[in-house]
Ligand binder design. Structure first.
Ligand code: AKG
Ligand code: FE2
Length: 383
């Protein structure tokens, strides 16, 4: 792996340090358990591991340099979780079943999932993975965790919670060997992920190597452990870094870094996607790229449409394909700039965020770019 650039912080870094060295620099970080040890979820959702539940033989994952990967110290408290959240409906991925670029998903009551989870841990058939559970939405009065200060400046959840019922705050729960296939995050946003228990092996790929991940039909690699070099001849050249995230540790995933995640032992994590002034431009660029792809995909219809109809169709497809479009971004920027301008007028500089003028400048830059898109000013935002 060689010169791994991913720093480990036993003591959480200050916001100012994190802003310069990680948010602006767009570099991953691994932060020790002190960041989240006070979370109620850390105490209540876990129990000490016993040798039968996770033995050496079961842990066959070996690091490239030959040393064994770490073992979890804690396991899920299945009984507590079931008692407390059993009746909720959750989305479960079957890690053995590929569904295009993702895994096949089904909806189950949480207590049925916990039964499968516990069974698969015993039977050594570990393939059910509860993903993208909007936990705070499902249980708003449970105060099981708090967003760490260094991740608090979050325009994405601020906007989506204010203007819709939706959010990007998730819980993940799965057994040994469950995994999340190779991907970059929604809108190329940041994510942070805190392990309540279990170990996650992250393989992280710095941005700028996207051409190495595709076959000649533009399909992407699905599982980095099984890549056919005849189909993906360049993938092996891609630079990557491996990080083991142990019980209680937190990973910061920067914008546009592709990654795959493999669980070791029964693993529970809290993951949020987020964006702010530091990565809004990368997120905007990802929308531009997705829009170009959409435009290209219906190129043959363009001649039969008037230009505004074409733009409107592309915006509808963009929303369906990427989960946002010009209108979403425009509203998000308005929502955040209204708050920033109100603070500026009061001559207050809130803590745990960059200088107000710097943030407003970033918003202006994106607005200017958005405004120079063909037909942006004629586009009907009411549609
Ligand atoms: O934990 C996982 O399985 C996936 C997490 C992830 O991809 C993320 O937090 O960005
Ligand atoms: Fe991700």
């Amino acid at each position: 792996m060689g010169d791994n650039p991913i720093p480990y912080y036993a003591d959480p870094p200050s916001y100012e340090y994190f802003l310069q060295h990680h948010l602006i620099a767009n570099i991953p970080a691994l932060i020790g358990p002190k960041l989240i040890d006070h979370w109620e979820a850390r105490q209540k959702w876990t129990q000490p591991i016993t040798s039968e539940t996770f033995s050496n033989e079961k842990c066959d994952d070996t690091e490239l340099n030959g040393s064994l990967s770490p073992h979890p110290q804690l396991q899920p408290n299945y009984y507590y979780l079931k008692q407390k959240f059993g009746s909720a409906q959750v989305q479960v991925a079957d890690c053995n079943e590929r569904d295009f670029t993702d895994q096949r998903r089904t909806t189950l009551p949480f207590d049925d999932f916990v039964d499968l989870w516990q069974q698969t841990d015993k039977l050594d058939r570990h393939h059910y993975y509860l993903k993208d559970w909007h936990f705070v939405q499902a249980f708003p009065s449970e105060n099981m965790y708090q967003v760490p200060d260094i991740f608090a400046d979050d325009w994405m959840n601020e906007y989506w919670q204010k203007e819709t019922e939706d959010d990007y705050r998730f819980a993940y729960m799965g057994g040994d060997k469950t995994f999340t296939p190779f991907h970059a995050d929604v809108y190329r946003s940041y994510s942070w992920s805190s392990n309540i228990c279990g170990v996650k092996k992250w393989t992280l790929f710095p941005p700028g190597q996207e051409d190495l991940y595709k076959d000649k039909f533009e399909n992407m690699v699905y599982d980095i452990r099984h890549v056919d070099p005849n189909i993906f001849p360049y993938f092996s050249q891609a630079k990557r870094f491996v990080v083991y995230q142990k019980d209680g540790e937190t990973v910061f995933v920067p914008s546009g870094w592709f990654h795959q995640v493999e669980n070791i032992g029964g693993t529970i994590s809290i993951n949020h996607n987020w964006l702010n002034a530091c990565n809004i431009e990368q997120c905007y660029q990802s929308m531009v790229k997705d829009l170009r792809d959409v435009e290209h995909s219906i190129d043959d219809l363009k001649d039969g449409m008037d230009p505004l109809e074409f733009v409107t169709t592309c915006q509808q497809l963009l929303l369906a394909h990427s989960g946002w479009n010009w209108k979403t971004l425009d509203r998000l920027l308005k929502c955040i700039s209204t708050r920033l301008i109100a603070d500026k007028n009061m001559h207050t500089q809130p803590s745990l965020q960059p200088l107000l003028d710097w943030q407003l400048e970033k918003i202006d830059r994106v607005r200017q770019k958005l405004g120079s898109e063909p037909f942006f000013s004629q586009y009907d935002f009411a549609v």
